[in-house]
Design a protein around this ligand. Structure first.
Ligand code: FMN
Length: 387
């Protein structure tokens, strides 16, 4: 068993164990990948203030996100095709999250269905929806989420159309993978992954296949997106989805102050400052640069969450100090899942928790709820002064 001490260890293992098509799907951003890279590298510009001779005993990272108790303010982000990174991947990740005491968000584009995940967990999870054209299908999705006792809906508002990721096109990404000489040759080197995958029946988009009408190629993410997603989305439609659901709503994919204010106006319970992990508009600013102006603009009108580029507990701490009430990890948990299945997701959470807890202490705090901007050294102009 390799010694895992950091998220990067999990990424390296993951790369060895999962077919290239799925590794590339996770480990990429759109076009030049500038925003994908800067999501992580911009965290390095912020420094933490070391404090000494403060009581560091009896620490806690417990908090709340949209009124739900969390062991630390770090949720698992919705990630499509998670069940291709490891057989039954969404079930494994949801179970790891539940045991750890953090929220799990199931993607619309998951392999395991809403019902599959509900049947294998005991606590409510969150369900992420894309904004689709077909109202009947949306209504049914909400009904299924209600029946599965999901406690919140995450509406992703930054993907009406799909950003281009070169590697997915070159690899011919699909679920399940199409058998070409190249993909077969690659899978031959990933035997344990393949054996597990052959043992499960969950290899298609579980929320879509058998539920959506008129899907020409249900194995292709790009063709389904082009056919079903609503390019004419507007705020009225977002408000309509909120009404259709009738419960707690988190709007995901907000990077601009004006959009954040609009989200507060329509009464979202929370927003996620996010650029979809750098997978949509390449050239957009990193999420961490966008965070503070949004927090300042919305005040306490809406709870502000954050994702993008988190690879350590120090990153989580920085986002919290800049005003986020909760954070999400996407790739960090996918690395763990691909590396070691459910145990790998638990490992990813443990690594981040330990780093968060110790870094908080080194900054002079014992309670995550007391952490504020004071623990940071932020370079002038970090969040803007853009013309
Ligand atoms: C492989 C992959 C698939 C994703 N699929 C979805 C999705 O189905 N729905 C969604 O709202 N966001 C999706 N995202 C975006 C994540 O929810 C999240 O915003 C992003 O991963 C955060 O950045 P990080 O990976 O650097 O933590 C995906 C991200 C990745 C890496």
């Amino acid at each position: 068993m390799p010694v895992i001490t950091e998220i990067e260890d999990l990424r390296r293992l993951y790369k060895r164990r999962v077919p290239k098509m799925f590794y590339d799907y996770a480990e990429s951003g759109s076009w030049t990948e500038q925003t994908f890279r800067e999501n992580s590298s911009d965290f390095d510009q912020i420094r933490l203030r070391q404090r000494i001779a403060v009581d560091m005993a009896g620490r806690t990272t417990k908090s709340r996100m949209i009124g739900e108790d969390v062991a630390m303010p770090v949720a698992l982000a919705p990630v499509g095709l998670t069940g291709m990174q490891s057989a039954d991947g969404e079930i494994k990740a949801a179970r790891a999250a539940e045991k750890f005491g953090v929220p799990f968000t199931l993607s619309t584009m998951s392999i395991c269905s809403i019902e599959d995940v509900a049947a294998h967990t005991t606590k409510p999870f969150w369900f992420q929806v894309y904004t689709l054209k077909d109202d009947d299908f949306m209504r049914r999705l909400f009904e299924r989420a209600r029946a599965a006792k999901c406690s919140a809906i995450v509406i992703t508002v930054d993907l009406q159309i799909l950003g281009q990721r070169h590697k997915d096109l070159k690899n011919g990404l699909s679920a399940p993978p199409k058998l070409t000489p190249k993909s077969v040759a690659d899978m031959m080197t990933k035997i344990p992954w393949g054996i597990e995958m052959l043992q499960t029946k969950r290899r298609f988009f579980g929320n879509i296949v058998g539920h959506a009408k008129g899907v020409t190629d249900p194995t292709s993410l790009s063709s389904w997106t082009a056919e079903a997603f609503d390019p004419s989305l507007d705020w009225n439609r977002i408000a309509k989805f909120k009404e259709m659901w009738g419960g707690k709503v988190i709007l995901k994919g907000i990077l601009d102050v004006e959009d954040a204010l609009k989200a507060a106006e329509i009464g979202a319970d929370a927003i996620i400052v996010s650029n979809h992990g750098g997978r949509q508009l390449d050239g957009a600013i990193s999420s961490i640069r966008a965070l503070e102006p949004i927090v300042q603009a919305v005040g306490d009108r809406v709870e502000v969450h954050f994702d993008g580029g988190i690879r350590s507990g120090q990153d989580v701490l920085k986002a919290l100090a800049l005003g986020a009430k909760g954070t999400y990890i996407g790739r960090a948990f996918v690395y763990g899942l691909g590396a070691m299945g459910e145990a790998g997701v638990t490992k990813a959470l443990e690594v981040i928790h330990r780093e968060l807890d110790l870094s908080m202490a080194f900054c002079g705090h014992r309670d995550i709820l007391n952490v504020d901007r004071d623990i940071l050294l932020v370079p002038r102009g970090f969040s803007g002064d853009w013309a």
